[in-house]
Unconditional design. Structure first.
Length: 263
């Protein structure tokens, strides 16, 4: 019986051919060209911009979790090991848990939850149970994690209904566009692998890494924008782009404007 750390001991294998470009990297493009670019570059870039240009107390835990997700994703696609698979999937679960714990609007708390502290406990217990359940059928983990995106989209839709800022609506539309392209790439790689291998283009999972990172690049400032409206009502949040609105590729961030007090 192979070790859980052994190469190709994972229960899933993506469409890209194994060890075709390197004797030590199972899936070359899923490892080098995507995970490193997506989470190990874009996540810190977003973090640096938010720190430099806003007065917000940025949730460091979420961005650290994103970095770890990039590291574990790289390790998984390099080895296709059982341990790598679980670390890859669980790091995403834990990142979502941290983000929900700090940024989930209190207005949407269950009626039995009265404080943020109680919600921390609820999120923690749910995460522990989900972590244990992930060992039962690891092949289903990725599908379950992707389904959480629909809840996030629903929350975004609820918030947009209360927001008249066209800039916010435009950023949300861009975020959804990147997510739709990302999930389409993920499903295509998972379900249409026979087609992509037939035409010698089995790289859609690598596209998924880049596209979902682009979606997160817009998602994080959007979440912070909505968080400010709840937690810092004396300030008016404003979405900006670095280095400039006119650039074709930008990094969005949030600034705060203190409204003038009425006499």
């Amino acid at each position: 019986m192979p070790s859980i750390f052994s190469y190709q001991s994972a229960e899933v294998d993506w469409c890209e051919g194994n060890f075709e470009r390197s004797p030590v990297i199972a899936e070359y493009y899923n490892t080098d060209g995507t995970s490193l670019f997506s989470f190990l570059l874009l996540a810190p870039l977003n973090f640096v911009v938010l720190e430099a240009f806003s007065e917000l107390q940025v949730n460091h835990g979420t961005f650290v979790s994103l970095l770890l997700a990039g590291v574990f994703s790289t390790y998984f696609h390099m080895t296709l090991s059982y341990v790598g698979q679980l670390l890859d999937e669980l790091s995403i679960l834990w990142t979502l848990a941290v983000a929900y714990s700090f940024w989930y609007p209190q207005a949407y708390f269950p009626k039995c939850i009265k404080t943020r502290r109680h919600f921390f406990w609820l999120t923690g217990i749910t995460t522990v149970i989900s972590t244990l359940m992930s060992f039962i059928k690891p092949t289903l983990n990725a599908y379950a994690l992707n389904c959480i995106a629909f809840h996030l989209l629903y929350l975004t839709w609820k918030e947009l209904k209360k927001c008249n800022d066209k800039r916010v609506h435009r950023m949300a539309a861009v975020m959804v566009m990147w997510w739709a392209l990302a999930i389409t790439s993920w499903i295509s790689d998972r379900w249409l692998c026979w087609l992509w291998q037939a035409i010698n283009f089995p790289y859609f999972h690598s596209f998924w890494h880049v596209l979902i990172a682009m979606s997160l690049l817009y998602c994080c400032p959007l979440v912070i924008y909505f968080d400010v409206t709840y937690e810092m009502p004396s300030f008016k949040p404003k979405l900006e782009y670095w280095p400039s609105d006119s650039w074709p590729v930008v990094v969005p961030y949030v600034t705060l404007e203190e409204p003038h007090k009425q006499c």
